[in-house]
Ligand binder design. Structure first.
Ligand code: F0G
Length: 361
């Protein structure tokens, strides 16, 4: 007979799993949706499309409870907010942080306010934030405007900021680096990821560095960051006042963790590059159609960056093991998914009609 205990997951979320490594106030039970422990999926067909001769793995963060990597940071930030006695949390967001904050706040019984750029947030993210019961405020401005506003609000009102300025967020997000090393027994040669507010690249680097210092890995990966051409402040070296890209998740012109991202890129002997929306859309379709991994557009920027680096000759991946972080699920952005694809063929409910379409007469 199988006892009830055996039917329950033995995974208790990233705070419980990595608690001794997380520098957060965790004097209360973790506020968790059992995030993390995400798959590292081999992607040989996609690797071939990117020129072959290297090993490609996808860290599929879209399968986190609210559909993005943000849940790793949010379990840490909301756990700490509860431990600190907070009643309410606030963030600015291009969408994923909003949905994640809303979910974890709901679970903790906290009020949640999110500021999002009006009309520039993917439908699945807005649906999430609203469904989890957050107060959603759409601003006639971009993410950077929203962040400026919420920072000021938290200085004036008793409400906790859960953007990645909050150090607890990075503490939670660094667990993705731990998971990759735990799964591989070492760090990969390269880690590729999209860069928006630059919290995630900073958190990954922190995670790899801590594992190296503790002797759990022998070396750290080189980092390859990707920005969208219309929202590439780090690549250009200056603030972008009006960022634009189809990859709305990374539509950011003035990243908070800019300096830390530059430090991580230089310490890792890495690269950061920009890719066009056309390149993003191409690899967005490719990852779904060659590997069955459905991601949101921002994720494909890292694949586009690999393609660009190989095409231009500055990225030598021969014989290397490469992990690309697929930061958010494809269902987050159904409008982009459907645009540019043919609508389904509609037929009568008769076998002849089906055989016609299948051309088997
Ligand atoms: N990928 C996705 C799917 C994201 O939602 C984000 C950021 C990033 C990559 C970039 O990560 O900001 O740490 O460099 N989304 C934030 C949000 C800004 O509000 O959801 P980053």
């Amino acid at each position: 007979m199988v006892s009830a205990a055996h039917t329950v997951s033995t995974w208790h979320g990233v705070v419980a799993h990595y608690r001794p490594r997380l520098r957060i106030n965790s004097s209360v039970p973790p506020v968790t949706l059992l995030e993390g422990n995400t798959p590292l999926i081999p992607a040989p067909r996609l690797a071939r499309a990117l020129g072959g001769d290297f090993e490609l793995l996808l860290k599929y963060e879209g399968v986190n409870p609210t559909g993005s990597f943000k849940d790793r940071g949010m379990t840490a930030a909301i756990t700490q907010a509860v431990a600190d006695g907070a009643q309410a949390v606030i963030c600015a967001s291009t969408g994923n942080t909003a949905a994640s904050a809303a979910a974890y706040a709901a679970r903790a019984g906290l009020a949640c306010v999110v500021l999002v750029p009006d009309g520039k947030i993917a439908a699945g993210k807005l649906a999430g934030a609203l469904s989890y019961g957050a107060q959603v405020i759409a601003i006639n401005g971009n993410f950077d405007d929203g962040l400026r506003m919420v920072r000021e609000a938290t200085e004036r009102a008793p409400i906790v900021l859960v953007n990645n300025i909050n150090p607890a967020r990075l503490q939670g997000q660094k667990t993705a680096a731990f998971e990759i090393c735990d799964a591989l027994g070492e760090a990969p040669d390269w880690l590729c990821l999209p860069v928006g507010n630059a919290g995630n690249i900073t958190a990954y680097w922190m995670g790899f560095t801590e594992y190296l210092e503790d002797g759990l890995i022998r070396s750290r990966p080189r980092l390859l960051g990707a920005q969208a051409a219309g929202a590439a402040p780090i690549v250009r070296g200056h603030v972008v006042e009006k960022p634009e890209t189809i990859a709305t998740a990374i539509r950011i012109g003035n990243p908070v963790r800019w300096q830390q991202a530059l430090a991580a890129l230089s310490e890792s002997n890495g690269h950061i590059t920009d890719v066009t929306d056309e390149e993003i859309l191409h690899w967005y379709r490719m990852v779904a159609q060659t590997e069955g991994v459905f991601v949101e557009p921002a994720c494909a920027s890292s694949l586009a960056a690999i393609a660009k680096g190989r095409r231009e000759g500055w990225l030598d991946l021969r014989g290397k093991r490469v992990v690309c972080v697929m930061t958010g699920h494809g269902l987050k952005d159904p409008d982009t998914a459907l645009s540019g694809l043919p609508a389904p063929v509609t037929i009568q409910p008769q076998i002849e009609a089906l055989l016609d379409v299948l051309q088997v007469r």
